[in-house]
Design a protein around this ligand. Structure first.
Ligand code: ATP
Ligand code: MG
Length: 559
């Protein structure tokens, strides 16, 4: 997989862009990605990022990054910084400076005055509840507010009072005068401005009135010369308002909105509000918890940027509802890591194994390739010793015919090493196996047994005298329901076994390899060193399992 560039296929939006360039309607394509800085970006946002930045890249256009910061109560600098970091990490660059919708607050204010002067906006003094009552329903038309026909002079006067902070929050608002009987609810005199006495991370205390998304978005797009304003399907109706506002103000650029379907992924929630709840209720470690499908979480888990972009390439862009299986995301990262991950041995759930046929203190170096089919990745020396660890699940006292690993009286190959046969075991007072005693066949290093007998299984191991103690974090889906939002309380759909921590051992050489690269622990999966290990420089490395080697069922443990 190409690390730097993903080739996206044609889709209906790219077709529109193509046509607009061919017809000469636009010479330069300009898109924008416009997140609300009220949380970290998640995999759903990546679909929009790959679409917007991908189009700019492929059509030699520009993509602006604009923070949609019209709701300061929920916004934070932490999110603004995290969003920029995540977009860059995904491999995209925005055009010029970072922009903020709040850059245009003065302009919005003047456009609001223009609508007032044209008799197309009014200050409504109905309460929020009344406004809702008057709005009507899908089946019945709305009712005009008694303030709807106030004079322009009065509206200007009241709007100015709003701006000066002379009204309380929620007592008045500015509304567009469109049509209370419209079949489209968004056109029933939508609110354009509301009062909020909150400090804004960009504009401080300058404003106590803030524009609504619908008013701010279309004007920002026009001011920035956005040719194709791409958003998700729930804004389809809002397009009518988008166009109405631009039709009625004096602005010399006309952007156009197009909608595509949201990405939904099984076993996860996408809304920032819900993700924020998980973080603040401490149900996860933070926004970058490796179980969260945030970009930060995926990165910490060991997903590569290329694999996430590849996922977006595979899912495509249409108007159809999109409910994607986790297996698809996992397949993308597996394909990418298979190519580049160095192979190393680690024992996650260790049990001691002693090879009694070797002399006490025996040690030898074994040369092991770092990748099975990429010789350019080199080899390494691994110390094999008389005492090793193997994984508990690789031994059974009594095995059935299907069991290909080690069992009493039977043989198995130690990966890259000898064939051994289990002779006896020692248990503790609880009946748990604490040591397995074996003999080895000295004539099987790098070759099959000379008498032609077949050894079916291969298991991995780590030297008990040289192995380094390590923590392994194995993850399952965060939710046990395929569609957690369909459950009344989505918290009740959390999978109690989503994190399983093991303490085991890893080849000592692992600390000499570049720990910022993905690793395949042979037979166990792809792993990535946890950020906290770097941060705290602890002596015991912590590895997150990115994904298993093969697709198994989504939820494994009994719930
Ligand atoms: P959330 O509910 O997670 O907060 P949002 O749509 O409110 O999502 P924004 O910050 O407004 O989030 O999103 C920025 C852009 O990302 C928007 O254009 C939005 O349509 C897009 N986006 C958000 N979620 C998805 C998704 N699941 N699939 C595709 N695009 C998405
Ligand atoms: Mg939102």
């Amino acid at each position: 997989m190409n690390q730097n560039k993903t080739i996206y296929p044609m889709n209906f939006i790219r077709q529109i862009v193509n046509n607009d360039l061919n017809s000469g309607k636009h010479k330069l394509i300009r898109t924008r990605f416009s997140p609300e800085p009220n949380g970290y970006l998640h995999i759903g946002h990546v679909k929009s990022i790959c679409l917007n930045f991908g189009i700019a890249q492929d059509y030699h256009g520009q993509c602006n990054l604009r923070f949609d910061d019209t709701n300061p109560a929920k916004e934070e600098m932490e999110y603004i910084n995290a969003i920029q970091r995540d977009i860059k990490w995904l491999g995209f660059n925005w055009n010029g400076e970072v922009r903020y919708t709040s850059n245009y607050f003065d302009k919005f204010y003047n456009y609001a005055l223009e609508l007032i002067d044209k008799g197309l906006a009014y200050v409504d003094q109905l309460s929020a509840d009344k406004i809702r009552d008057y709005r009507g329903t899908l089946k019945s038309p709305g009712k005009n507010s008694p303030y709807r026909d106030q004079s322009v002079v009065k509206n200007r006067f009241l709007f100015e009072k709003m701006r000066k902070g002379e009204f309380s929050e929620g007592s008045v608002c500015l509304r567009a005068k469109i049509n209370m009987a419209s079949s489209l609810m968004v056109l029933r005199d939508p609110v354009l401005y509301r009062i909020k006495f909150v400090n804004h991370h960009q504009t401080g205390d300058k404003w106590c009135i803030y524009p609504m998304y619908d008013f701010a978005h279309c004007i920002s797009d026009a001011l920035e010369g956005i040719t194709h304003s791409l958003c998700t399907l729930e804004f389809q109706e809002n397009r009518r308002l988008y166009d109405w506002i631009l039709d009625n103000i004096t602005i010399n650029f006309r952007p156009k909105q197009y909608e595509f379907s949201r990405l939904n992924l099984e076993y996860t929630v996408m809304s920032k509000r819900k993700l924020n709840f998980l973080v603040t209720a401490k149900l996860v470690e933070g926004w970058d918890d490796p179980r969260m499908l945030t970009i930060a979480g995926l990165r910490r888990r060991g997903y590569t940027a290329a694999s996430i972009r590849e996922f977006c390439r595979r899912i495509g862009v249409t108007k159809q509802d999109q409910n994607i299986k986790m297996a698809m995301l996992e397949a993308c990262v597996r394909d990418d890591l298979n190519n580049q991950a160095v192979r190393i041995m680690a024992v996650i759930d260790p049990v001691l194994l002693v090879i009694t046929s070797l002399p006490i203190g025996h040690e030898q170096n074994i040369l092991i390739p770092n990748h099975p089919y990429k010789s350019e990745m080199g080899t390494r020396q691994v110390i094999f010793s008389r005492e090793i660890y193997i994984d508990r699940s690789d031994f059974r006292e009594i095995a059935d015919v299907q069991y290909k690993r080690l069992s009493l009286g039977n043989e198995v190959r130690l990966r890259n090493s000898f064939v051994i046969k289990a002779e006896s075991i020692k248990k503790n007072s609880k009946g748990e196996i604490i040591t397995i005693f074996c003999h080895h066949d000295p004539d099987t290093l790098g070759k099959d047994p000379v008498d032609g007998r077949k050894v079916r299984g291969v298991i991995h191991w780590v030297s008990a005298t040289h192995g380094i103690s390590a923590e392994f974090r194995l993850y399952e889906q965060l939710f046990k329901e395929a569609n957690p939002t369909s459950v009344k309380n989505f918290i009740s759909a959390l999978n109690p076994n989503s994190l399983n921590i093991y303490h085991g051992f890893v080849e000592p050489g692992v600390l000499q390899t570049n720990l910022n690269q993905p690793i395949q622990f042979e037979r166990e999966g792809y792993f990535y060193v946890d950020d906290n290990y770097h941060a705290f420089k602890s002596t015991r490395p912590v590895f997150n399992r990115t994904v298993e080697l093969r697709h198994t069922s989504t939820i494994k443990s009994k719930l």
